[in-house]
Structures are given as C-alpha cells and as structure tokens.
Design a protein around this ligand. Structure first.
Ligand code: RIB
Length: 296
C-alpha cells in the first residue's frame, strides 16, 4: 500500500500535567499527586499519531527557542515526523498546555507562545509541499487568519483539508466551505453552527461534518440518513489526545483511499487505544496495534 502523504499545520506544545484527586475551585488550593512534562499540542499530537499509523507526515509549525522547543523537535524526530517546516522563533517561548487530571477528566489552559507565530506568510513558504500532499490537517490553537488562509489555499490547490475545530471558536463560512472534512465534538459543533440542532447541521453538510461523541462514537449524515459509527469500549486512564488520535487515524485512512465507514472505524479503534495510557501521545498506537485489534 502507498504511504499517505500528510501535512499537519498546527500547534506544538509541552504539556505540564498535574494529577490530583480533586479539581480546585476558584480561590481554592489542593494537594496534587504527581507532575509530569510530556509532549503535546493538538497539531503535534496529530502529526505523531499519523506517523505511528504509517503516514509520511510533514509538520508545519513553530517552537520557541527554549529547551521545550528542543524537546519538541527531538520528539518529532523520534516519531518519524519530518521537521523541515518547523522553525524556532527567536526570543519566544514554546507553547504550553497546563493540564489538571482530576475526577476522571482533564481541564486545560493553553498558552500559545510560538504557535501564535504560525502566520499566513509562514505557511506560504510551504505551499509547494502542501500541493504535493494527499491531505492537510489543521486545528485551532493557531491564529484564525492562518486557518482561513489554509482553507483558501487547499481549495485553490484542490488538496483535501481536514479541519478539527478545536478548541471551539466561531469560524467563517468560507472556512466551512473550504474544508473537506470537519470534526467537531458536540460542544464545538454548537459554537460552529450557532446552537443550531446538531442533526440540522449534519444534514446541511452531508459527508463533511463528523461529530465526535466520545465513548458513543462518531455521527454524520450520509445523504440519506444519520449514521452513528460506534466507538470501542476500553478502560480509560487519560483521555487527553483521544480526539487528536481519532483525527490522525481518520485522516490517514481517508488519505489512503479508504471509505468513510472504514476510516471512522479505524479512527475510533485508534482513539480507544490512545486513552489506555497516560499523556496525550503516551497511548497513541502503531498501525500494527490498531490492525491487530480490528481483526480480533
Ligand atoms: O488535544 C489535546 C491537547 O490539547 C493536549 O496535548 C494539550 O497540548 C492541548 O493543547
């Protein structure tokens, strides 16, 4: 099988993760249990996940000129992600995500840092690479005008674009039209479509909008009816990065020419494996692991 060639445009961060029995309320201090620093950022997570699943992945992004930046670059290399288009920004700190894992879920504050320097003119330098890709993947931890620019560029070059609209923000109709696939969770879909009932949004965009419903699965409209492709049951340890793993696996399968149901199932299987270990990238499976589980 031919390797899918994918460009991921997005954030690369360091995740600073605290585990605690209790999530502190406003003005409250609690004692936590552990602290770890692990690679993250939605763009980097999707790039690493797609590389582990066998795609040829080019990351397009920025890191700070600090030790986190170096660690992020090393992590890309360790995972086989190509970094020709990842530049350190002088005098700027790397992106960080401050994560509390408590009471069975995460809370995250993201500080964009160098990710805010991923501007349209920075992306323009990679236009020739983008033109040669089977798929471009993008998320929203980078400037809004960059997402708009990429949507236009991909439409112009006829390169399929997978937009993971996370974290939630309103986006222009131009971006919705320019994207080939859009994968919000329920909350992000609410923001994206101004509170319109989800089944109406799905009908408006058949085979374009795929709502990720966590443990339930992924819902879309196939032109005739709403379809829910169910998820796989596992014991979750840490759900951070599950959405990124789904997007990477779904995108890889699509770029390889698999049909929608097969691609979503592949995504669901990979995402369900990713939540069984600590850290956004800690549980991201290899191609072999996903295929073995799918054949069980
Ligand atoms: O999607 C998970 C990611 O979101 C984490 O790795 C963290 O960096 C946040 O940006």
């Amino acid at each position: 099988m031919r390797k899918a060639k994918i460009a991921v445009i997005g954030s690369s961060s360091m995740d600073l993760v605290v585990t605690s029995k209790k999530r502190p309320g406003a003005g409250e201090t609690v004692l936590g249990e552990s602290f770890k620093t692990v690679p993250g950022g939605k763009g980097a997570n999707q790039a690493v996940a797609a590389a582990r699943l066998g795609a040829e992945v080019y990351m397009i992004g920025c890191v700070g000129d600090d030790h986190y930046g170096e660690a992020i670059l090393n992590n890309f290399k360790k995972n086989g992600v190509k970094t020709d288009y990842v530049e350190p920004v002088t005098g700027v700190e790397s992106g960080t995500a401050h994560i509390i894992l408590a009471e069975g879920d995460n809370s995250i504050v993201v500080v964009k840092g160098a990710n805010d320097h991923i501007t349209p003119s920075y992306i323009a330098k990679a236009a020739e690479l983008i033109d040669r890709c089977d798929l471009v993947m993008i998320q929203q931890e980078i400037p809004e005008e960059t997402v708009e620019y990429v949507a236009e560029l991909c439409e112009d070059k006829q390169v399929p674009l997978l937009l993971n609209p996370a974290p939630a923000r309103e986006i222009s109709q131009k971006v919705i039209e320019g994207a080939t696939y859009i994968t919000p969770n329920e909350h992000e879909a609410d923001v994206l479509f101004n509170g319109q009932p989800l089944s109406e949004s799905l009908r408006t965009y058949p085979e374009k909008v795929f709502i990720t419903e966590g443990a339930a699965g992924v819902r879309y409209f196939n032109g005739k009816e709403e379809v829910l492709v169910p998820s796989f049951k596992v014991k979750a340890v840490d759900t951070t990065g599950a959405g990124d793993t789904f997007n990477a696996a779904f995108g890889t399968a699509i770029a390889e020419g698999k049909d929608l149901t097969e691609s979503i199932t592949f995504g669901n299987r990979a995402a369900s494996l990713s939540v069984t270990s600590f850290g956004a990238q800690g549980g991201m499976p290899t191609r072999e692991e996903v295929e073995r589980k799918l054949s069980e």
